[in-house]
Write a protein that binds this ligand. Structure first.
Ligand code: NAD
Length: 295
């Protein structure tokens, strides 16, 4: 029987597991607070930001919501980030991507106080992750790690294949999997758009993490019996009745081979959201000097 890894349920456990720490922090005078900055007119981005606010409210994390006109000068964004960096009530800062063309994304990531960089994309935090001393693990790969743990998947000694090498998913995922740490110690191969024979790599894997943004590219044929399949992909595709979200994995054929698999939606997506709360609580705990219990 293939185990369907329920991301909604694991994310709910993570949120529940944060409640005591949030209460302890709030009672001691430090209410965890996440600030979001939106500088685009993309409806999907606006909806991601509003979901993040709802998630925070649900667990008692305060929020700040800053919106900047997309045609405003870049200085306005940098000034906003400076203010949030200096604001003692703000513990986490998230700048929603994408940014307008006239704003240098790398410069933006560098301008966020690394202690408040709950996305984990500041070069200092990337470096710390690679060096095995992570401050904030990026939310999506951290969520994948938690899903593997919840499904009792042993990563130590496993052959893991990560499909995708982006800075937000593929690279940090591979870095977490190779760490000499819990949820790591996997022999990890990173595949990407120039990989010659992807199926040969995935067929040798005990764990496949698909994060390529290509609808249903990983099929059952590309897997060996018993593989654990984590589908990070979220692709909106047109259907007869409108559109639907599908993953990077062809779910039905992959399920025939997998020992465990995540669905889309309801797999990795909810975990990404939950781990942002996790990082925000950690950030607040660090500021308060309180060692909070993190699930
Ligand atoms: P990206 O476009 O930045 O990177 C995609 C990567 O896949 C690239 O490194 C590329 O080399 C690789 N790739 C592309 N085509 C390939 C192919 N045919 N074979 C092998 N590798 C290939 O995307 P991203 O931001 O890393 O996101 C990947 C997917 O994950 C997208 O569908 C995105 O929507 C989704 N995503 C989901 C969550 C979540 O919470 N579930 C979070 C972030 C991203």
């Amino acid at each position: 029987m293939t185990e369907i890894i329920d991301g909604n349920a694991v994310a709910q456990d993570i949120r529940n597991g944060l409640l005591d720490s949030i209460e302890t922090l709030t009672e001691s005078g430090t209410t965890p607070c996440l600030a979001t900055v939106l500088m685009n007119n993309d409806p999907a981005s606006a909806s991601y930001v509003s979901m993040k606010h709802e998630d925070c409210e649900e667990v008692g994390i305060a929020t700040k919501d800053v919106e900047i006109e997309p045609d405003a000068p870049a200085e306005e964004l940098f000034d906003t980030i400076d203010e949030l960096n200096d604001d003692p009530e703000v513990h986490g800062i998230l700048v929603q991507m994408p940014l307008p063309d006239h704003v240098d994304e790398r410069e933006v990531l560098r301008s966020i106080d690394p202690a408040k960089d709950v996305d984990g994309f500041h070069p200092e935090n990337v470096g710390r992750l690679v060096a095995g001393n992570a401050r904030y693990k990026p939310c999506t790969p951290h969520g994948v790690q938690k899903l593997l743990e919840a499904a009792d998947v042993e990563t130590e000694g496993a052959e893991a294949v990560v499909v995708g090498r982006s800075n937000i998913v593929g690279k940090p995922m591979a870095n977490l999997l190779i760490q000499k740490d819990t949820g790591g110690n996997a022999t990890t191969t990173v595949c990407h758009s120039r990989t010659e024979d992807l199926a040969e790599k995935t067929r040798n894997a005990d764990i496949v993490v698909a994060a390529a943004g290509v609808p249903e590219m990983i099929t059952g044929e590309m897997l060996t019996e018993g593989t654990v399949v984590i589908d990070v992909g979220i692709n909106r595709v047109e259907t007869e009745d409108g559109s639907e979200l599908i993953g990077d994995v062809e779910y039905e054929s992959a399920k025939e081979k997998a020992s465990a698999i995540t669905p889309v939606p309801g797999g990795v997506g909810p975990m990404t959201r939950a781990m942002l709360l996790w990082n925000t609580v950690k950030a607040a705990g660090d500021v308060a000097g309180i060692e909070v219990d993190l699930p």
